[in-house]
Design a binder for this molecule. Structure first.
Ligand code: ATP
Ligand code: MG
Length: 420
């Protein structure tokens, strides 16, 4: 057993000491047999939630209605859930009714896919009544029972299927795929928040391109509760992208939209439908906005000055994000040529100043030196000095900057009132 699971063994022993069954279940069992690192470790037990709380000193009743108690052991929280069956999935999502039972087979049979319906007992033995191991060995994703029924019970399983196909590099059984296509209009029952959460897991995984491929093939995203702008061709456009090169989830999202040439407005409405928070929307939108600016600057000199403005207006971090996203987006219209991106990266690195903070004069210096009262002109002049200093035309020294300010003053017809 992997160390993380061994660390949780005392919980199973303790349940056993009290004449209850306790086993590891779910993703941790699947990832153990695959030799992958474990995320959370879930335990299933024949003990009722009350009995679990009576046995363990440190408990948090996280989901009593569903039979889940979080037991804290050595500082780690484990979800301990009473064996249960579910019924009445009236809205194709959450079950209306949960009943606690004392039978492990019945608990495992309600689980979505065979590889998720295995258990590990306290002696380390694998319990696999529905053939999860065989399916894994054959790289096959198979529902427990009939796909049609399982997707009708809970439509979210269709998105989970796509994620598992991609992340574990599996193929669906023919009947699973047929059932998924047949029931894809049930996607409308899934809250957009849940769709976002599943898509985030797919895009953030180490197989985002594969997930997008399976999504494209299934067209699940064309059946969501709120309309999303994906078209079947979109998935073709993403084939050459290298999302896996990006560490940041939201850079991956931005890169997807760049590869698809979505307009900023289209991106914003898709992200809103998917219930992205404002912070994430702003970040992704900025990158798309930068992309739109860079897309129209086709001549070298235009490109340099557009890029300068981008860096000054959006900041260095967004500029670097766009460079990474444009690179990962893969397809190569003129402005995304690797060499050009490299040139822009160099230009960014060589900029002597990138922010007002780095400028060797501030607003007060300008007022004092020009003998003028504070006003809107200060910001304007600072921006001018910044862009000239950033482009390298103007040395970033106090003397040079103040001299340039003086010239500006004689050039510009300053409003009388600004003069003391
Ligand atoms: P991961 O944590 O990597 O997303 P997981 O398989 O652990 O994958 P969880 O959502 O943590 O997924 O669920 C734990 C277990 O609960 C699953 O392995 C599966 O047995 C069961 N399960 C979760 N969601 C569903 C569902 N929608 N339908 C049926 N069983 C489910
Ligand atoms: Mg899990």
């Amino acid at each position: 057993l992997p160390p993380a699971m061994t660390a949780a063994l005392p919980l199973l022993h303790r349940l056993h000491d009290h004449q209850f069954e306790g086993v590891f279940v779910g993703g941790a069992v699947r990832d153990t047999v695959l030799g992958l690192p474990l995320k959370d470790i879930d335990i299933a037990t024949s003990a009722s939630p009350q009995q679990v709380m009576a046995i363990f000193p440190k408990c948090i009743p996280t989901g009593l209605a569903h039979g889940t108690v979080t037991v804290v052991h050595d500082g780690i929280g484990y979800e301990v859930t009473t064996y249960r069956i579910e019924s009445g999935y009236r809205d194709c999502r959450k079950p209306d009714h949960v009943a606690f039972i004392d039978n492990l087979d019945q608990d495992l049979i309600r689980r979505d896919f065979t590889m998720n319906a295995m258990a590990i007992r306290q002696d380390g033995a694998l319990y696999d009544p529905y053939g999860g191991m065989v399916d894994l060995r054959l790289q096959r994703l198979r529902p427990v029972g009939a796909g049609d029924e399982r997707f009708q019970e809970d439509a979210l399983r269709m998105l989970r299927a796509i994620r598992f196909l991609a992340v574990y590099r599996l193929y669906p059984t023919a009947s699973l795929w047929r059932a998924l296509i047949r029931h894809r209009e049930l996607m409308r029952h899934i809250a957009m928040e849940r769709v976002q959460a599943e898509l985030d897991k797919m895009i953030g995984s180490d197989a985002p391109a594969s997930a997008l491929g399976w999504l494209g093939g299934s067209r699940l995203l064309n059946y969501t509760k709120e309309e999303l702008p994906w078209t079947p061709q979109d998935h073709e456009a993403l084939k050459s992208s290298r999302l896996d090169l990006l560490d940041s989830l939201d850079e991956r999202w931005a890169s997807i939209f760049i590869a698809l040439s979505y307009t900023a407005d289209k991106v914003k409405s898709a992200l809103k439908s998917l219930r992205f928070g404002n912070h994430r929307i702003r970040f992704i939108y900025s990158i798309i906005h930068v992309d739109a600016i860079m897309a129209v600057a086709t001549v070298e000199s235009e490109r340099r000055s557009a890029w300068l403005n981008v860096v000054l207006a959006h900041g260095e971090a967004i500029a670097h994000s766009w460079l990474r996203c444009a690179q990962a987006a893969g397809c190569a219209p003129l402005h995304r040529d690797t060499e050009q991106l490299e040139g822009l990266r160099r230009q960014l690195l060589e900029m002597p100043v990138r922010t007002l903070k780095e400028l060797q004069v501030n607003g007060n210096d300008l007022c004092r030196s020009l003998g003028m009262r504070k006003g809107p002109w200060v910001r304007e002049l600072l921006q001018l000095l910044l862009s000239e200093a950033a482009s390298g035309e103007l040395p970033n020294t106090e003397a040079e900057l103040l001299e340039r300010a003086n010239i500006w003053r004689t050039e510009v017809n300053i409003d009388e009132q600004s003069n003391p």
